[in-house]
Structure formats: C-alpha cells, structure tokens
Design a protein around this ligand. Structure first.
Ligand SMILES: NC(=O)c1ccc[n+]([C@@H]2O[C@H](COP(=O)([O-])OP(=O)(O)OC[C@H]3O[C@@H](n4cnc5c(N)ncnc54)[C@H](O)[C@@H]3O)[C@@H](O)[C@H]2O)c1
Ligand SMILES: [Fe+2]
Length: 382
C-alpha cells in the first residue's frame, strides 16, 4: 500500500442494529415529527407477516402509511416514476425502504426523483450525472430484509432502462439513509437459496474491497472482519439458521457495503452481465464467478491472499487455498460450480466478455483485466 495523495474517507450512517430494532421505528418517526411515510418494498415482501406487522405497528401509533410495491425483480425506470407518482398523489413526508437490494434501490431512486424531475438517467453517475443532484431530498430510512447487498448503508441505486435493460447507477452522498434499522429477526425466514446467494454477494464485497487497489486501511480492516463473520455464519444461516448466524450475516453484509466504497473488482464485472443478459440473481452470479475471479487475482498479490487465508483460518496460507475454500463453500450452500448450471451457453460468452469489459467495477481490481481475460475466465467457468 502506498499513500501518494490526499484521500477522503466517509463513515456517516447511523445504524440501529439488533433483534427487535425495527420496533423503534414508530418512536423515531414521532421524534422527527414524521407522520406520513411512503413505504417502498417489493410485491413478495408486501405479503410477508413481518411486513404487515411493521405497517400495523405504525398505524397503531397514528402514522398514516402508504405502501408502494409495484416493482420488478431487476428494477427499471418506470418503477421509480410510478413510486414518485404515489408520493405526488398522497401527501407524504418521508420515505422508508424495506427489503433487499432491489426494493432499497427503487426507494433510493424515488428519494432522488422527488426534487429532481428531469429524465432519471440524466443523473447517471457513469456520465457524471451526480453533479445535477443539487436539491434537497426527503428524509430517508432503510430497513434491510436480506443480508447481501448492504444497499441500506449505500448511496447508489442501480436502475435499468425499461427497453434496453442497460443498468444505470444513480449516485450521490445525499442518497444515504438518515438511519438504518437493521433487525436480523426480519431475515429469519429467508429461504436457503436467497440466504446463500445474498451471503455470497456480501462475501464478494468484502473480498473485492480488501483487494481493490486504492489505499484505504479503514475499509481493509472492516472487510477482513466481514470475511471472518461470514466464514462463521454463512453455512449455518443457510442450512440451520438461528438468530446468531442471521445477526452475523446482517452486520457482515453492511460491512461489505461500507468497505466497497473503496472499490470492487473483476468478480462483479463478471457477474453484472449475467444479470442484464440472463436475469441471473446478482448474488448467484457473484457466487459462481468468485473462485475463478480470485484465482486470476492471486499472482502478484500473494501477501493479500495470505491475509485472507489467515482470516479464514485455512491450514495453508495461500491464494490457492482461498480458491479451494470458495469452491467448497459454494458446495456447502448448494451453489453450482459451473456457469452452464445457471443457464449460460457457449454462444453467450463473447457478448458476456464485451459487457464485462465495459463494466464499471473492474478498474478498481488490483490488476488490469482485458476483454480476453474475461472471455477466458467465462470459458473456464462454463
Ligand atoms: N445499490 C447497490 O449498491 C447495489 C449493490 C449490489 C446489488 N444491488 C442490487 O440489489 C439487487 C439484489 O438485492 P438482493 O440480493 O437483496 O435481492 P432482492 O432484493 O432481489 O431479493 C431477493 C428475493 O428475496 C425476497 N426477500 C427479500 N427479503 C425477504 C425476507 N426477509 N424473507 C423472504 N423473502 C425475502 C425478495 O422478495 C426477492 O424475491 C439487484 O437488483 C442489484 O442490482 C444494488
Ligand atoms: Fe454485489
């Protein structure tokens, strides 16, 4: 690690973490004189008992709730516009996102849209659109229900174009939640597949952040502890969940997202095209690709892999041992080792490699990745 300029490090979000934390929500709203939240979630969560309990708890405290849940699995621009219409029609005073990464992304994009009414993709960070995020935004609260993306502590939202399915990133420090209520009880009944896939996403965030090339020892420390927590908790959370394993996964997923302000890397660039082209779940796409991406990164970064191996308490402190650990972990949580098992075919590889090379994540990878490197890695993983 070399320090050669002035860096900015931010860690601003207030997090109320622990079993029962969500019960503090009505009192928090009352203290902040908020009486009419727009709750943004997805259609599945809207039907779950814990969600209905949150809504009735608010209503019992004379808080006028409006729920918007008309969103896609991989959210699109029209979802955001519809949510903003509900805000306009119902006289709301704050926004509460409740859900996994998809619902929280839509909630955050609606937060942006309320006082920024030009075309949503004018604010796309990849074309420098963050400079147009100049107005105030509504009071924003997040409540995660998966332990994966860590989007609850993030300041970006990934929203796709309805027609082209191209992913855009809306980003601004203004889009940080004012407070997160992170309650592991809400994740208790996550099905094993979602637990495994989202948990592997969290592991990928922590590992890629630790390896990412910008000097950021604060994030490095957080990332290694996140890896240690996931080592202990992902298998039990998936196969024999209890409150301790769910708690560890929930905090580790937030640590991953805090750490990846440092940057991500090759694995996320391998994963993103699978979601845009084949609608693969984001966590599953990372899970299948992470052993191959990490194998690519070992040479030249043996020291960093030694530290990851030590954190994982592996017998051999090498990059190869880390890669073997990742294959083994995927087996333990029922994630396949090969891309062909999740619907990828030989004919997809060229377009996948083009999209991966164009992706925004790999410029922070510890070493450069070419379009042919991506093609070779997909081929190996097929
Ligand atoms: N903004 C960011 O920084 C960022 C980073 C990575 C990914 N993402 C986005 O996040 C999304 C993926 O998020 P995710 O992995 O959390 O998945 P998700 O939000 O798509 O949720 C996965 C599934 O789990 C269900 N679910 C959620 N909570 C549940 C619960 N407690 N019990 C039962 N079922 C539950 C959902 O209804 C959904 O069907 C993608 O759209 C991706 O683009 C955003
Ligand atoms: Fe991710």
């Amino acid at each position: 690690m070399t320090f050669d300029k002035i860096y900015q490090y931010n860690f601003p979000t207030t997090i109320r973490f622990g079993a029962g934390a969500v019960k503090e929500l009505p009192a928090y709203l009352q203290q902040n004189k908020l009486k009419a939240p727009l709750i943004v979630t997805d259609p599945t969560i809207a039907q779950l008992p814990f969600f209905k309990a949150i809504v009735s708890d608010l209503q019992n405290h004379s808080i006028a709730v409006e729920v918007f849940h008309d969103i896609h699995k991989n959210p699109v621009k029209s979802d955001v516009y519809k949510g903003a219409d509900v805000w306009d029609q119902t006289n709301r005073d704050c926004i509460i996102g409740i859900g996994g990464g998809a619902a929280l992304d839509v909630a955050r994009a609606i937060v942006l849209r309320i006082n920024h009414r030009e075309d949503l993709f004018k604010y796309d960070d990849l074309i420098g659109g963050d400079v147009y995020v100049t107005n105030d935004v509504p009071h924003f609260i997040t409540i995660p229900t998966t332990a994966g993306t860590g989007s609850e502590v993030g300041r970006s939202a990934i929203i796709s174009d309805d027609e082209t399915h191209q992913k855009k990133i809306l980003f601004s420090p203004k889009l940080l939640a004012k407070i997160v209520f992170a309650d592991p009880v809400l994740t208790m009944d996550l099905p094993p597949f979602i637990t495994a896939a989202t948990g592997m996403d969290a592991l990928t965030h922590n590992m890629e952040a630790f390896l990412a090339k910008n000097p950021h020892p604060i994030c490095d420390g957080i990332a290694l502890e996140g890896i240690a927590l996931i080592k202990d908790a992902l298998v039990p959370a998936t196969n024999t969940p209890d409150l301790q394993s769910r708690s560890k996964m929930l905090i580790a997923s937030m640590m991953g997202a805090i750490a990846f302000q440092k940057g991500l890397g090759i694995v996320h660039s391998l994963a993103h095209p699978l979601s845009s082209l084949l609608d693969t779940h984001h966590g599953l796409a990372n899970a299948v690709n992470i052993p191959y991406g990490m194998q690519f990164n070992i040479e030249g970064f043996e020291d960093k892999f030694r530290r990851i191996a030590r954190t994982l308490e592996l017998k051999e402190e090498t990059g190869e041992a880390v890669v073997n650990y990742l294959f083994d972990l995927n087996s333990k949580v029922n994630i396949p080792h090969k891309l062909k098992d999740i619907g990828v075919e030989e004919e997809h590889l060229n377009i996948l490699a083009d999209l991966a090379f164009a992706d925004f994540a790999h410029p922070n990878n510890p070493k450069p990745v070419s379009r042919d490197d991506f093609r070779n890695l997909y081929s190996k993983a097929l």
